[in-house]
Design a protein around this ligand. Structure first.
Ligand SMILES: *[C@@H]1O[C@H](CO)[C@@H](O)[C@H](O)[C@H]1NC(C)=O
Ligand SMILES: *[C@@H]1O[C@H](CO)[C@@H](O)[C@H](O)[C@H]1NC(C)=O
Ligand SMILES: *[C@@H]1O[C@H](CO)[C@@H](O)[C@H](O)[C@H]1NC(C)=O
Ligand SMILES: *[C@@H]1O[C@H](CO)[C@@H](O)[C@H](O)[C@H]1NC(C)=O
Ligand SMILES: *[C@@H]1O[C@H](CO)[C@@H](O)[C@H](O)[C@H]1NC(C)=O
Ligand SMILES: *[C@@H]1O[C@H](CO)[C@@H](O)[C@H](O)[C@H]1NC(C)=O
Length: 782
């Protein structure tokens, strides 16, 4: 019996692992491509396995990028395009059906097709070449990635629409603020007006300290007197549970003018924080064209460099976090929905989903003028893609900027590759509609330039709540024009910092339309460190930026912990821990014991505050809310309105005080952390899609690594506050530093590695280096 098992199962597994290892452990070898292209293209691999592509034009180069990417990341390319087009179930079966239904429900494939139909001929040619490159790259492989054999599936032709759909999917994941609209609605019914203290949207309570463009730097034509938009709380119950997963939308970037650098030219720095997967979404490569060389990162499924440099300019990005999705509650009767005092016909559209091993299923979705009605469809989406919430109510429509606007993002990035001046770069903004990205540029002539891209709806009422669909005034009134999106060229202060913070102060004329879900903390700290050095009269180098990216001081802790300590009343048994926290330097380093107590203390305060007021599912959603987490430290400061009423547990006769909650939570934190340092509890977690969900396989495909940091530190990581573990599934996905005055001083790294093949020595070789400042230096070809 055992022998049979050995021969039939174990031996073949061992043999195939040996074969896979033999073939896939090394980087793909260099190759010269002659089919499809107008003249031959060479792909050379360097000792880090990074492709260097030598081509005569951008279209041939797109083919080669597709080819090289398929060699490294075929399974990931397939997963991302299938996720983005609602076709996962074709290879993964019913387990991913919910996700597919959601993507079809909100019409991503239709939006992508609409955009493709309107692309310029050059952009279309490059996407076509890129798709052909992926398909030929796939054919060139001796063995498909092992995931295909485990799931018993095959690679199906990559199409042009797959590239475009992935931009909508990325925009969706960066635009998860709509979950907050629903959560705010539900919590309002419990906390009333005091909700503003917990999940602040008003400027008064969020009290931002750093703006990408400060008051005096905002271009004259963008200034105005904003109107404070009316807030309208619906009285109707929204009885479904929503899991917030907006953590992924965070990133840092900054540019320092040549005035303050040793080289005399700008230095530019980027680290986007996204859901951390194995492999990560970014792909690094170098490109050599006649008269122009490029180095940088694209996202898997797209041919052009989205963050990197050319011979003329650098461009980098972070999530702008503007509010571009609203949720409308609709009143539906007999196939019609109420709008003003009329009942309008619901539109319908049909989708067929193919499911592995089953009959295809047909779905009929309904639509109002705001957008498609959300079906009870995406429970499974949470498992596949943790930034999507659960929705169970049938009468909410999904109003998404991307439904309304035809996008030309491929034209945008096609043209950026050769743009030479700020004027040229700025003239491209008309192409950019689907992603809301804070772009920062620098040119070799020495300009630095910030541009908020994408579009923002113009509203008459506040968009941070679920809106009544039947009230005509709640319907969007159009979009802020591209020209009127915030921008600044060569700001006086000599640097530009974007870290998901408020793009402008309140003197911007569309201030309230742009939303109110911005993060603070990281931008403040980056500015503080840059300003400190400028004040000392010191000049920056690229290497200084590596250190800056690693900074783990938590500015919120520095502000908030003294107030928490004032409230603390615990027995002598905890003297040692109290001393630890009192002596803390507020650095969330791996070896910090105080850091461990602090994070868990805050988390327990959040949990205890809502425990007896909210159902268990909502508790999860609440503690997960980044808005609440970022505000928590403030709630106990003296200038903040009293939250005593919220601290009370309504289930007991006694009147509990905030002092009791703070003290009880401290004791819990001491018990949970058991004297361990933060780096003994907290790890960066790279999840393999989809095997992370299968315990046996996740051991083989996932990676973890102990790290410091938290969301609000520059070295930013983010674990799920609703879970018992401290696994950070968000973090810096890549790092990029370029000195425009010194071609030797460029640095890059990935949160993992360049290869998606689990057997490859480049699958996860960079994890420790990435987090702790051992970036790879490269010489830019000029
Ligand atoms: C804003 O309001 C002030 C006074 O209410 C007025 O003087 C100013 O011109 C207004 N600015 C703009 C740009 O409308
Ligand atoms: C929600 O829609 C269903 C039909 O899909 C309808 O029966 C129900 O009355 C609607 N609820 C509201 C609040 O409009
Ligand atoms: C601290 O807590 C104890 C009981 O746990 C209580 O007797 C005492 O009054 C509290 N001290 C202050 C300053 O509130
Ligand atoms: C509990 O006490 C605080 C002040 O100590 C007070 O502000 C609050 O209204 C009281 N709450 C209840 C429910 O009595
Ligand atoms: C830095 O990274 C390189 C490449 O990943 C590695 O070979 C080297 O050992 C690392 N050095 C340190 C000090 O970690
Ligand atoms: C691009 O790189 C190549 C090879 O290193 C070099 O010969 C060429 O001069 C560079 N082009 C530009 C525009 O600097």
């Amino acid at each position: 019996m055992f022998n049979n098992l050995c021969y039939l199962i174990i031996l073949p597994i061992i043999l195939s692992i040996i074969v896979f290892f033999g073939i896939q452990s090394k980087a793909p070898s260099s190759v010269i491509l002659t089919t499809f292209v107008s003249s031959s293209v060479e792909i050379k691999r360097d000792s880090d396995g990074i492709p260097h592509i030598y081509a005569e034009n951008l279209i041939d180069a797109s083919y080669a990028v597709g080819y090289a990417m398929a060699q490294n990341r075929l399974w990931q390319i397939d997963i991302i395009r299938r996720t983005s087009t609602g076709r996962l179930s074709e290879i993964l079966g019913e387990s991913s059906l919910e996700m597919d239904i959601f993507i079809r429900n909100i019409k991503i494939p239709q939006m992508a097709q609409r955009d493709i139909n309107d692309l310029s001929p050059e952009a279309l040619k490059s996407l076509t070449a890129f798709a052909a490159g992926i398909n030929d790259g796939a054919k060139s492989l001796w063995l498909l990635p092992i995931e295909y054999y485990i799931t018993r599936s095959t690679f199906d032709e990559f199409r042009v629409i797959d590239s475009q759909a992935s931009h909508h999917f990325l925009a969706l994941s960066l635009g998860m603020t709509w979950g907050n609209d629903v959560l705010r609605h539900q919590l309002y019914q419990i906390f009333g007006e005091e909700l503003e203290y917990i999940l602040p949207t008003s400027y008064k309570y969020s009290n931002p300290k750093s703006f990408i463009i400060s008051k005096d730097e905002l271009p004259e034509e963008l200034r105005g007197n904003y109107t404070n938009l009316e807030k309208e709380y619906l009285t109707e119950n929204i009885d479904f549970d929503i899991e917030l997963h907006q953590q992924s939308a965070g990133s840092n970037s900054w540019a320092i003018s040549g005035k303050y650098t040793k080289s005399g030219k700008p230095i530019i720095v980027n680290d986007p924080h996204l859901a951390t997967t194995a492999p990560g979404i970014h792909y690094f490569f170098h490109l050599y064209l006649p008269g122009n060389n490029l180095s940088g990162f694209t996202t898997v499924g797209f041919p052009f460099i989205m963050a990197g440099r050319s011979s003329y300019a650098v461009w980098i990005g972070t999530s702008l976090k503007s509010d571009d999705i609203d949720i409308f509650m609709e009143k539906i009767h007999d196939g019609k929905y109420l709008y003003g005092d009329e009942y309008l016909n619901l539109k319908e559209f049909e989708e067929v989903i193919y499911i592995k091993g089953q009959q295809p299923r047909k779905y009929i979705f309904k639509e109002t003028l705001h957008g498609p009605i959300l079906e009870n469809s995406i429970i499974g989406a949470k498992k596949m893609s943790p930034f999507l919430p659960n929705v169970e109510e049938k009468n909410l429509s999904f109003c998404f900027t991307n439904h309304y606007l035809t996008d030309h993002i491929t034209d945008y990035f096609y043209n950026i590759q050769s743009a030479k001046t700020v004027e040229e770069l700025r003239s491209l903004i008309h192409y950019f509609d689907v992603g809301r990205i804070s772009m920062t540029f620098s040119t070799i002539s020495g300009d630095i330039y910030y541009q908020a891209t994408g579009r923002v709806p113009i509203r008459e009422v506040d968009g941070s709540l679920v809106l009544a669909g039947w009230e005509i005034k709640n319907t969007w009134k159009g979009f802020v024009t591209h020209e009127e999106m915030p921008y600044v060229i060569n700001p006086k202060k000599g640097f530009i910092v974007t870290a998901n913070n408020y793009p402008t102060d309140s003197n911007y004329k569309h201030f309230y339309n742009i939303g109110n879900y911005f993060s603070q903390g990281r931008a403040e700290r980056i500015e503080e460190l840059i300003q400190e050095k400028i004040n000392k009269g010191e000049k920056f180098t690229a290497v200084d930026q590596i250190k800056l990216q690693q900074d783990e001081l938590d500015i919120f802790a520095r502000e908030g912990v003294p107030n928490l300590i004032k409230l603390l009343n615990v027995s002598k048994d905890y003297n040692q821990q109290v001393k630890t926290i009192k002596e803390w330097d507020f650095v969330m380093s791996r070896n910090s014991k105080a850091g461990a107590i602090y994070v868990v203390w805050l988390r327990q305060i959040a949990r205890n505050l809502i425990k007896n007021k909210v159902s268990e599912d909502r508790q999860h959603a609440f503690v997960k809310s980044l808005l609440m987490q970022l505000n928590l430290y403030k709630m106990f400061t003296e200038e903040y309105p009293s939250i005593e009423k919220i601290c009370d547990n309504p289930e007991t006769e006694k009147n509990e005080t905030c002092q009791e909650i703070v003290s009880k939570s401290f004791i819990e934190a001491c018990e949970i952390t058991e004297g361990k340092a933060w780096g003994e509890l907290h790890a960066q977690w790279l999840r393999h899609i989809p095997f992370t969900a299968i315990p046996f396989l996740s051991k083989f495909f996932d990676r973890t690594h102990y790290v410091g940091g938290m969301y609000s530190t520059i070295h930013s990581t983010h674990f799920d506050w609703a879970s018992e573990s401290f696994l950070s599934a968000y973090g810096p996905e890549m790092k990029f530093i370029a000195d425009l005055g010194n071609n030797e001083e460029n640095y890059w790294s990935l949160n993992g590695g360049e290869s998606g093949n689990v057997f490859s020595s480049f699958y996860c070789n960079l994890l420790e280096s990435h987090h702790y400042g051992n970036l790879t230096k490269f010489t830019f070809a000029g």
